[in-house]
Design a binder for this molecule. Structure first.
Ligand code: HEC
Length: 88
């Protein structure tokens, strides 16, 4: 039983770790040919604000992200500890 829980925890960290670094990679490859990372250093945790901002980027560049990726990226960016990466 304990072994099960430990295995599940390791799996969880693996899955979420990969997902997070995947978003980070997408941002690095798809967001910085128009502006620098400082644009992502906005001090708000409002997920709707982030959805509007990211959706606007897709208007600027057609096909930049798939519709479902807008929400995922917005949710990721709405977390302060994730944004800190772009605040230097
Ligand atoms: C086609 C060029 C282009 C691409 C690609 C682009 N942006 Fe932008 N971005 C802009 C412009 C122009 C502005 C300034 C005007 C504005 O805020 O709408 C901006 C502003 C922003 C802002 C600041 C909004 C504010 O009100 O302070 C954020 C956040 C942002 N971009 C996030 C992103 C993210 C995340 C990506 C990658 C998915 C991205 N951008 C890709 C052109 C782009």
């Amino acid at each position: 039983m304990v072994r099960w829980i430990v295995a599940l925890m390791i799996w969880g960290i693996g899955v979420f770790g990969v997902a997070a670094s995947d978003i980070e990679n997408r941002i690095r490859t798809q967001c910085f040919h128009c502006h620098g990372s400082e644009k992502l250093c906005v001090d708000t945790d409002d997920i709707l604000w982030w959805e509007h901002a990211v959706a606007r980027m897709v208007l600027y560049e057609d096909g930049l992200l798939r519709p479902e990726e807008v929400a995922t990226m917005a949710a990721w960016l709405s977390q302060k500890e994730h944004r800190r990466l772009w605040c230097q």
